[in-house]
Design a protein around this ligand. Structure first.
Ligand SMILES: *Cc1c(COP(=O)(O)O)cnc(C)c1O
Length: 381
C-alpha cells in the first residue's frame, strides 16, 4: 500500500456488525464478559479501546513501524518514553527543542535522577563525543523547533547502534508524509498528533511508534499502568484528520516554499529559516531524508527589535497569533515569549531564538492571501 492509500485504509475495515464505513466511536469504559476472562478481546478502555486501536494500527503503518501507542497528549507520549529509563541514565538531546520537552526533561525527570545533555545534533561527531557508559538514549527533533535545523537521522542511527542506545525521533514537524525515521535507524518515533497529524486544531493527542516487539511490550505496560490514554472521540477525530494528511501536507509544502522565498526578498526581514533553500545548512541532508521541506518557516527582523516582532505578530490577520502549528489555518508565533518562554534567555539565544524571531505555521489557504497578509504587516514597520 502506498502512503496516500494507507492514510485512508491502513488498520481500517468496515464495521463487521453494521457495515459502517467509518470507524465507530466506541464510547465505552468496559466490555461484557460471558464468564470471567471470556470476552471479545477488550476488557477495559484504559487497556484497549477499538477506536483507539484502529488509530494505533494506522499510525504504525504510516511510520513503517509495527506497533503504535496513543497518549492523551504529545507530552504524555514523551513521559512514557522517558519512563523506559532508570535513575542514573543519561540522555543526549537536541538543544533546539520543543519548549515543553525541555521543561519535562529538566523540571520533572531530572528530579528522578535522569541526566540530560543538550547539543546541536547537526554535528554528529560532537554528539558522539558526549556519550558515556551511562548514556542510554538519543533524542532528536528534525526539523528542529523553531530554528528548523536539519539533523542527519541516518548518521545518528549508526551512532546509536554502535553504542547500543535507544534513538528517539520526534517526528511532529515532518510527519511520515515527509520522513520515516524508523527506516533510517530510529528505534522510537514520538508524535504530537495535535499538530499536522490531526491537522484541524481540534484535539490534543500524542503517539509512540516502534518496530521492536519487546520495546513495544515495555511501552504498552507504561501506557496501561500510567494510564495517560486518549478517549475514543478524540481518536476518531485524529483518524479522520489523517485521511487527508497527504493532501494537506502537499499544500503546506507548496505554500511554505512561496512564503519562504517572499520573506527572503523582503527588506525588513533578516534571516529566513527554511530547509528548502539550496544554501541552507544541511540542505543536502534534508533532501536525502525528506520528500519535501514542510510548512514551517521561521525568520527574524533586521535590527532584531522585540517591539517590531510583537507588532508583526499582532498585525497579521490570516496568520493568527496562537501557540501550536500544523492545522489547516496559518498561525504565527513569537517563540521567545510563547513556546520557548520556559527556556532561559541565554540558553535560547545560543540556538538562535532571538527577540525578533517569528515562527510561521503556513496553512493551506490560498497563497495570494497569505503573502498579502505578511506583506501588509511587514510594511507597517
Ligand atoms: C506540540 C509539540 C509537542 C508536545 O505535544 P502536545 O500534544 O502539545 O502535548 C512535542 N514536540 C513537538 C515538536 C511539538 O510541536
Amino acid at each position: 500500500m502506498k502512503f496516500g492509500t494507507k492514510t485512508i485504509h491502513a488498520g481500517q475495515e468496515a464495521d463487521p456488525t453494521t457495515g459502517a464505513i467509518m470507524t465507530p466511536i466506541y464510547q465505552t469504559s468496559t466490555y461484557i464478559q460471558a464468564s470471567p476472562g471470556d470476552h471479545k478481546g477488550y476488557e477495559y478502555s484504559r487497556t484497549g479501546n477499538p477506536t483507539r486501536n484502529v488509530l494505533e494500527e494506522n499510525l504504525a503503518a504510516l511510520e513503517n513501524g509495527k506497533y503504535g501507542l496513543c497518549f492523551g497528549s504529545g507530552m504524555s507520549a514523551i513521559d512514557a518514553i522517558i519512563k523506559l529509563l532508570s535513575p542514573g541514565d543519561e540522555v543526549i538531546s537536541t538543544n533546539d527543542l520543543y519548549g515543553g520537552t525541555y521543561r519535562i526533561f529538566t523540571q520533572i525527570f531530572e528530579n528522578y535522577g535522569i541526566k540530560f545533555h543538550f547539543i546541536g545534533m547537526d554535528d554528529a561527531d560532537k554528539t558522539e563525543a558526549l556519550i558515556t557508559k551511562n548514556t542510554k538514549m538519543l533524542w532528536a527533533e528534525t526539523p528542529t523547533n523553531p530554528m528548523l535545523n536539519i539533523i542527519d537521522i541516518e548518521k545518528l542511527g549508526q551512532i546509536s547502534k554502535k553504542h547500543k542506545l535507544l534513538f528517539v525521533v520526534d517526528n511532529t514537524f515532518a510527519t511520515p508524509y515527509l520522513q520515516r525515521p524508523l527506516d533510517l535507524g530510529a528505534d522510537i518515533i514520538m508524535h504530537s498528533l495535535t499538530k499536522y497529524m490531526g491537522g484541524h486544531s481540534d484535539v490534543v493527542m500524542g503517539a509512540v511508534i516502534c518496530k521492536d516487539e519487546a520495546l513495544a511490550e515495555r511501552l504498552y505496560t507504561i501506557q496501561n499502568s500510567c494510564g495517560a490514554v486518549p478517549g475514543p472521540m478524540d481518536s476518531f477525530l485524529v483518524l479522520r484528520g489523517i485521511k487527508t494528511l497527504h493532501l494537506r501536507m502537499q499544500r503546506h509544502c507548496e505554500n511554505g516554499k512561496v512564503i519562504a522565498n517572499f520573506l527572503k526578498n523582503h527588506p525588513k526581514v533578516g534571516e529566513v529559516y527554511w530547509p528548502g533553500f539550496e544554501t541552507y545548512p544541511n540542505h543536502e541532508v534534508a533532501k536525502k531524508q525528506m520528500d519535501d521541506f514542510g510548512g514551517m518557516v521561521s525568520f527574524n527582523l533586521k535590527g532584531n527589535k522585540l517591539e517590531d516582532a510583537i507588532k508583526v505578530v499582532s498585525t497579521t490577520h490570516y496568520f493568527t497569533l496562537a501557540e501550536s502549528l500544523g492545522g489547516v489555518e496559518s498561525l504565527i508565533g513569537h517563540p521567545a515569549s510563547m513556546t520557548h518562554a520556559a527556556i532561559p534567555k541565554d540558553e535560547r539565544e545560543k540556538t538562535g531564538v532571538v527577540d525578533s524571531l517569528i515562527r510561521l505555521s503556513v496553512g493551506v489557504e490560498d497563497i495570494e492571501d497569505l503573502v498579502a497578509d505578511l506583506e501588509n504587516a511587514l510594511n507597517k514597520l
